[in-house]
Design a protein around this ligand. Structure first.
Ligand SMILES: Nc1ncnc2c1ncn2[C@@H]1O[C@H](COP(=O)(O)OP(=O)(O)OP(=O)(O)O)[C@@H](O)[C@H]1O
Length: 261
């Protein structure tokens, strides 16, 4: 499962009024990969995720998604079509319903997938309930399922949103700084959750927390000034002189200390 390509970005260039935020960027992801995208502020990491999920349209290049419905160049598709094809994007701020319980949030996510908002409760069958219970166990919120989501900790809200996204059955999940603002314990739990998720899916994480990356990354892609600077294991990346140079003067990003991330 891990050997074939699920996403192939070729020479992607994204331009904002002539400024190339991403330039000639290549990115190849295999099925079941957990890939970390790092680089200094302004390197183009978020813009790259935006190009993959269709939030921005590249001026040049292709983004070939090789999902269950066959190979598609998603640069020609609208954002909602790309989500339907199986590329899910989670932004930094969780978009959960604070007034509803954890379980109700998951039910809504499941209903959204099927387009049955109104008859939500009536439509919940045993298989659906099992699915939601499975998701609750995965995100570690089983004992909080009756709690209003607004009362969850910051980390728990992020996990709930990840659980909601998983109910939409994405094949690729794009996450922008998922551990920002989390405690060390929550950060480690998030890493374990991501490792669990990639047993069935592919995940791309934009991240500044280098300790988190070190602990959970097998392959890292480094961007700088819109371009691919280096790709490899965290050890290879850390040994690279150009990578060290790019981070010089930006040690807050590159250093071990989580609290500065
Ligand atoms: N909508 C936009 N209009 C104009 N410039 C933009 C826009 N979005 C991003 N940029 C610019 O593109 C460059 C890359 O931004 P991007 O957010 O992708 O970087 P990043 O690597 O994610 O940075 P950070 O780690 O700080 O989030 C930056 O110089 C940014 O100011």
């Amino acid at each position: 499962m891990k050997s074939s390509s699920i996403l192939s970005c070729q020479k992607v260039t994204v331009s904002f009024d002539g400024f190339k935020a991403v330039q000639d960027m290549n990115l190849e992801l295999l099925h079941g990969e957990l890939r970390f995208l790092i680089g200094p502020n302004g390197a183009g990491k978020t813009t790259m995720l935006d190009a993959i999920c269709g939030k921005v349209k590249p001026a040049f290049g292709s983004v070939l998604f090789n999902g269950k419905s066959g190979a598609v160049d998603v640069t020609r598709r609208k954002e909602h079509e790309i989500a339907q094809l199986g590329i899910g994007r989670k932004f930094q701020t969780p978009s959960i319903f604070a007034g509803l319980t954890v379980e109700e949030n998951l039910e809504i996510a499941m209903a959204q997938n099927r387009g049955v908002w109104a008859t939500l409760r009536a439509k919940m069958n045993k298989a659906d309930q099992e699915r939601i219970d499975g998701e609750l166990a995965l995100i570690g919120l089983g004992d909080k399922k009756k709690l209003r989501a607004g009362l969850l900790s910051h980390g728990e809200k992020q996990w709930l949103e990840i659980g909601m996204m998983l109910l939409q059955e994405p094949e690729i999940l794009l996450l922008d700084e998922p551990v920002a603002g989390m405690t060390d314990k929550e950060t480690d739990k998030t890493g374990e959750l991501l490792q669990e998720i990639v047993r069935k899916r592919t995940v791309v994480v934009v991240e500044h927390d280098m300790e988190f990356v070190r602990n959970f990354a097998s392959k890292v892609t480094v961007m700088h000034e819109g371009k691919l600077l280096k790709e490899g294991s965290m050890e290879e990346v850390q040994r690279d002189d150009r990578v060290a140079e790019v981070y010089l003067g930006r040690r807050r990003d590159y250093d071990v200390n989580r609290s500065t991330a």
